[in-house]
Every structure is written in structure tokens, then in C-alpha cells.
Design a protein around this ligand. Sequence first.
Ligand SMILES: *[C@@H]1O[C@H](CO)[C@@H](O)[C@H](O)[C@H]1NC(C)=O
Ligand SMILES: *[C@@H]1O[C@H](CO)[C@@H](O)[C@H](O)[C@H]1NC(C)=O
Ligand SMILES: *[C@@H]1O[C@H](CO)[C@@H](O)[C@H](O)[C@H]1NC(C)=O
Length: 447
Amino acid sequence: MRTTFYALLTLCSTALAAVIVPGAAWTDTSGNSIQAHGAGIIQVGSTYYWLGEDKAKNSTLFSAVSCYTSSDLVSWTRQNNALTPIAGTMISSSNVVERPKVLYNKANAEYVMWFHSDTEDYGAAMVGVAVAKTPCGPYTYKGSFAPLGAQSRDESVFQDDDADQTAYLLYASDNNADFKISKMDTNYYNVTQQVNELAGATLEAPGMIKRDGVYWLFASHTSGWSPNPNKYFSASSISSTFSAQADLTAEATNTFYSQNAYDWPLASGNAIYMGDRWNANVPSISSYIWLPLSWATGVSQLTWADVWSVDLATGAWTIATGTTYQAEAGVRSGSSTILSNSAYSNGEAVGYLGNGGSVTITVQGIGAEQWVSCYIANGDSTWRNSTVSVNGGTPIVMQQPSTGGGLVILSVPIKLNLKSGSNTITFGAGQSNYAADLDKIVVYTAT
Ligand SMILES: *[C@@H]1O[C@H](CO)[C@@H](O)[C@H](O)[C@H]1NC(C)=O
Ligand SMILES: *[C@@H]1O[C@H](CO)[C@@H](O)[C@H](O)[C@H]1NC(C)=O
Ligand SMILES: *[C@@H]1O[C@H](CO)[C@@H](O)[C@H](O)[C@H]1NC(C)=O
């Protein structure tokens, strides 16, 4: 009996190997969608806490700052809400609370949350501060204010590794034109002194990592809910001039259709980029783009990974490999057409999917729910969607971000229940809708 029990345990832990699948619909341990956008992460002992914006109501107005816990950064359990609306204040349900970030103040044995606090029209441009004795709180709201009398919209916090654990507010100010860094007081309740300014930089969505004594700042430019090429900057002290902006990855991808939210340092000296893929029309389905952030070239560079995992003890990551199937090798129907361009894998893709057109690709499965990464191009400025049907079953909908006017190919994951052996996967988009063009799909066995 005992032997069987342990054998089963081993099987289960193998099956639950924790993989990160950027852009997938992430669910918590109760099976509900993870609602923690504009993330802030803090580690306490061996537990990770993820605080973020709950957008389940599909509104940009304040509903809650959620709090999730994990021991591996992949499997997340929802806890009590960390902050909820208070009528008649700057954090009412008709206000905006974004980008919550938590610091631990050792001197006061207190958790301090900073967030972007605003009115619905983003006209107030303030920061809010709330405190708690435990990482998930609930937090007690202290108030909202304009730091040093100036505007603050997208913000983050950074805690230095000096003996005093000096903390800083990183924020978009002056109508998002200037990016500022100000030092906090010893309680982390207020800022006392501006220590840096990237004048005219038009940055938002900041994050910072200190690595070998160098301060690396990450931020996007301003383009509303649509992504743009996120940048990195470095400086030898937090108050010295930062290097000129440089791309985190190839510009055309718009940071793999994401915007920076937080950057988690790993034991290896590399990091995890934690971005948001905002869906402005349906905020609740905005997804999380967490990717390897490496300094292998001496500067920070973001690499795409369909399916990957991190060993948190060493910081080493593993990018899964799958089996590739070219879309043009599939069986086409209706209006679907083969497109040729050297940007496509093998030089070809399938276009005009939808309005009756479809392509059916035969793949090998292992008899499990498997990740399938669909490499798509959507030249529209808005999202498209595709129906995906396995072995002729009920189609599910795959959302497909805009990949812009140039021919940019983006990988979008979907989890499909494949039987052992041959399966057909049919991509279409009904009778009155066009899906994105499909270059190839990659089938993974990691679950
Ligand atoms: C938000 O949108 C999602 C996806 O369309 C939907 O499932 C959910 O019911 C919506 N939530 C509300 C409160 O309307
Ligand atoms: C923050 O400090 C400034 C002075 O530097 C002060 O005017 C302001 O009232 C303080 N704000 C809060 C919320 O304590
Ligand atoms: C799919 O896209 C079409 C066209 O943009 C849109 O009208 C439709 O609502 C979308 N369907 C889903 C399920 O997102």
C-alpha cells in the first residue's frame, strides 16, 4: 500500500510540473481566472505573494486589489482581497486603483502598499498608500496624494539593499512627460526628495532591478492599452544619469504584445519579466506575459518562450521543446489560401481563415490536455479570434491580438484535450468573421 501511495505521489508531482505559459488563460488553484493585473510581487519566507488589479467586472474602475500566494510562482491560491473600495474616498468603486506594489518595512514590521490612485478620467494623477501587518492584509488605506506636489500616474517601487533598505517611488509625472524617482521616508509613507528625473522620456509601467551594483530600469512608452516596444535603461547609482533607452526585444513585436508590470530577480542574476497583455475591450481576459529576462549579452534582453519553467533555487530556466506542424501542410477548405512570405516559417502560412474558410492540421497527441502554441499574424489594428476544434468537437475561441501592420508573427497558446495518437485540429472563424493568418502550430507534452 505504502509503495503504491508513494508511486502515485511521484506520478502526480510529475504531472503537475510547473510550467509558465505566457498569454494563456491562467487559473488559480480553485480553477478561477487569475485576476491580478499590473502585478506587484513580494516574497516572505518561502511564500510568494502576487497582488494586482482584479478586473473580473471588465471595468477599469476599482474593484479590488487581489492577493494570491504560491510556493513556485506558477500555482497560485487566491487569498482575501488586500484592498477594497471605500465609498467617499479616492479609492471608491468609481475611482481608479492600478499597479499595486508592496514593500516590507523592517523597522515598523509593516507591509506598505503603493498604488496609482486616480479619478475615472485619470485627472487626479496621485499615489495611494495603505498599510498592513501581513502581506495580503487587508490593508488600511492611509490616503492619496500628489508626491512632492507633482502628478504621478503609472508607478512602481524599488527597495535598495543598503542597511536602511532605502525605498524609492518610480513614477510617470508631469502629464506622463517626465519620469521621476523620489526617495521615501523611513516609514515608506511619503516621498521626501526627488533623486532623479528622465525629462521628456514619456515612460510608464516602470520596474527596477539592481544587479551587480547597477540599477536597471524597465518601462514602456505611452500608447494607452496598446503595447509598444518596452525599454531598458541602466545607471551606476539611482541618482546618476541613466543610459539612453534601448529595446528589451525586437521592436516590431511590441514586447510580444505586452507592457511591463514587474521584474522578478532570480538567483542566477537573470530575471523574470512580468508583463500584461491588456485587452482593453474585455479587461478580465487580459493575460500575463512572463518571460525570461537575461543578461547573457551584458544587457537585459527578453526572449520568447512558449512553455518554460524556472528552478527558483538556482534561477536556471528550461524552455520546453514541442513538435511543429506547418499550417500550409494542413487540409484547407472554403476561402482559405496559402500565403507566401519569407517571414513565415518555411515561407508559407494559411490566410483567409473564417467566412467559411478553415484549415485542418493532423497532430500527434499523448492523451492529455496539452499546450498548443499557434503562431499567428493579425495585421488589423484590433484583435481577431479563431475557432479551434479538436477531432470535430465543439469549437473553442482563441483570442488573437493585433500584430501590427508589418508582418509580425506572435505565438498564442491554447490548451487542447488531445487523445493518444492522431488528432485533427481545425482552425476557422465561422461565417462572418476572419481569424488571423496561421503560420504553424507547436504541440507540447508539458502540461
Ligand atoms: C467579463 O468578460 C468575460 C469574458 O467575456 C465574461 O466571461 C464575464 O462574464 C464578464 N464579466 C462580467 C461581470 O460581465
Ligand atoms: C508628504 O510630505 C510633504 C512634505 O515633503 C507634505 O507636504 C505632505 O503633506 C506629506 N504627505 C503626506 C500624505 O503625508
Ligand atoms: C470575434 O471577433 C469579431 C470581429 O472582431 C467580434 O465581432 C466577435 O465578438 C469576436 N468574438 C469573440 C468571442 O471574441
